[in-house]
Design a binder for this molecule. Structure first.
Ligand code: ADP
Ligand code: MG
Length: 327
């Protein structure tokens, strides 16, 4: 793994009385693809907005590695706060937000020229950057098409192209595959891998671990304002694969008292407990824990003691999404 390129240190951010980030720290290494994963509303966009210096956190800092060129001798690098060196940091990163930032009334080509000029790129350098990006994004054939006439997948690719126009060291993507169907999603992940292989470090967010597994070298789980877990997808899978899912359906469906009792008794081994309704409207209690047999015995006992009757009690391995995000 490469050296740290960006260091996020103890970020705290609240909106009014709502604390969203409660001390987020991690570092991003050169050359990696790091995925921030968290359920909807956990603060992924807030975190990325703080990292690019768009939102000011109440506490903490984000530092990026700046190469200092010397006239003679070797280059040196220093970590600098993005909040204190906004202008220099702007050239360092490219950002594609959840909603596109290009202009619908301009063509693909015009948008790329426009974004290039924002970064003070012009002439042959700009032309050559645009052609490289059109090729990488498979948009060459559509360069004269008005942005508003592009398909969903093409829009996403144009937005990523706009974020890469100045050839940044770091590309930040906020939920790059949301609202896309599985095939288009796969295409975006393939593209992300290609951009990374060409030398760009990538930080992205998503609400699906299963999606991120194929593209990220590391995944960080954001929960309740903190990074709860960070590691390679394989490491996290290993850590969570101990969890077994137990599904219970009873005649009366009175799950709350049982869940409270289970929570108290299995405090240490339970990863998740919830009442869920499936697609057919059937309400079930779902538990994910490390000692399933012990818990199943206990459930049987308790349901009986409640005077209820078990219709179904079964064991299943959870998907990573279920284990992480309590879906
Ligand atoms: N500008 C804002 N003003 C007030 N509340 C906000 C603002 N932006 C986000 N929030 C709240 O902060 C929380 C985290 O939001 P967000 O970072 O968008 O989550 P995510 O991107 O993970 O879905 C949510 O509860 C959201 O309603
Ligand atoms: Mg978001």
């Amino acid at each position: 793994m490469g050296n740290p390129l960006l260091q996020v240190e103890g970020l705290r951010k609240a909106f009014g009385k709502l604390p969203v980030l409660r001390g987020v720290s991690f570092s991003l290494n050169e050359g990696e693809v790091l995925g921030i994963i968290g359920a909807s509303g956990t603060g992924k966009t807030t975190l990325l907005s703080c990292i690019i210096g768009f939102l000011k956190p109440e506490k903490g800092d984000v530092k990026y590695l700046m190469q200092k060129k010397r006239h003679k001798g070797s280059d040196t690098s220093v970590f600098r706060s993005v909040f204190k060196h906004k202008r220099e940091f702007k050239d360092f990163f490219g950002f594609a937000a959840q909603t596109p930032s290009f202009y619908d009334k301009m063509t693909v080509w015009e948008n790329l020229v426009y974004f290039g000029k924002l970064y003070r790129i012009s002439g042959d350098t700009l032309k050559s950057n645009i052609n490289t990006l059109l090729d990488l994004m498979s948009l060459s054939e559509s360069k004269q098409v008005l942005a508003r006439n592009l398909s969903g997948g093409m829009r996403r690719r144009l937005d990523i192209a706009c974020a890469l126009i100045h050839n940044p060291k770091l590309l930040i993507l906020d939920e790059p595959t949301s609202d896309l169907d599985p095939l288009l999603r796969e295409k975006i992940w393939a593209l992300v891998r290609r951009i990374n292989k060409a030398g760009t470090t990538i930080l992205l967010s998503s609400h699906s671990v299963n999606d991120l597994e194929r593209v990220c070298s590391r995944v960080a789980l954001l929960e309740k304002g903190r990074i709860k877990e960070i590691g390679s997808p394989a490491e996290l899978r290993e850590r969570f694969s101990r969890g077994h899912k137990i599904i219970l359906r009873t005649r009366d469906g009175n799950y709350e008292p049982l869940i409270n009792k289970v929570a108290r008794k299995f405090k240490r081994s339970i990863l998740m407990k919830d009442v869920v309704e499936d697609h057919d409207g059937i309400v079930e209690a779902v538990f994910i824990c490390n000692n399933p047999l012990e818990l199943m015995n206990y459930i049987e006992e308790r349901v009986e003691a409640q005077g209820d009757e078990i219709i179904e009690l079964r064991l299943k391995n959870p998907s990573l999404d279920q284990a992480f995000l309590h879906e």
